[in-house]
Design a protein around this ligand. Sequence first.
Ligand SMILES: Nc1ncnc2c1ncn2[C@@H]1O[C@H](COP(=O)(O)OP(=O)(O)OP(=O)(O)O)[C@@H](O)[C@H]1O
Length: 264
Amino acid sequence: MSETVLRAGAPARPALALAGAEPPAVRLTRVSKWFDDGGRRRTVLDDISLTLGRGEFLCVLGASGCGKSTLLNLVADLDRPSAGVIEVPGGRRAALMFQDHALFPWLTAGRNVELALRLRGVPRRERPEEARRLLDLVRLKDAYGRRVHELSGGMRQRVALARALAQDADVLLMDEPFAALDAITRDVLHEELTRIWSENRLSVVFVTHNVREAVRLGQRVVLLSSRPGRVVREWTARPGTSEAALTDRVTEALREEIRRHGRR
Ligand SMILES: Nc1ncnc2c1ncn2[C@@H]1O[C@H](COP(=O)(O)OP(=O)(O)OP(=O)(O)O)[C@@H](O)[C@H]1O
């Protein structure tokens, strides 16, 4: 029986799971987040209700500053909601991956991954083999003994992905992980991530302000408004949907949101 982690801001009633239905990987019920801005309340996220199904790939799209990273931080339990409830029914922590790889540069790729295994409680003798398996998964088997500073930007992000996977978390939270990479490397990593996601039935929340990336990767794309961040639109990729046509529709909605924001 898996435990449900409940993280509540102000009291709120979590949505009830349907009898017999598989619980979601993450559920946000009426989540808001505000910060104190010189004595004034500044609402960054307002009344967000979202569900991430098990094995689902959800992309959260929005203009810069709309609260995407704040949302991930709440799900990762790095911060608390001001109101609403976040449920992670699997009970295990979420793994985070950022734009900046945040690897230890003086350690080898293998040691960086082993560190995450150690924090997870994997016995020392099992760590090297598991680290090699994870590096193989991100197609970096030969990088085990290489130091981070010897690796390209794309290779570092692969190591960061292997390290995130080493946490064996229920949910993988990705905060614009490929934003700093060139277009060709990003394309390759999109393919790799899609392969790893489908082979390992990962539950992923991927935030980006790149529409093409969101449409390409996500089974579902959620658009957040700016100041405050609210869910304004949602698209589900269906078989036969043209990626280009969906990209056009989502781009138009994002532009409209940015224009609307500018008028306020
Ligand atoms: N700890 C904090 N205290 C006060 N304000 C904060 C805090 N954390 C975030 N904010 C504010 O919340 C807003 C949303 O920030 P956030 O980083 O979540 O946006 P974002 O959509 O991820 O932006 P970007 O795409 O540029 O990374 C910003 O205006 C930011 O200044």
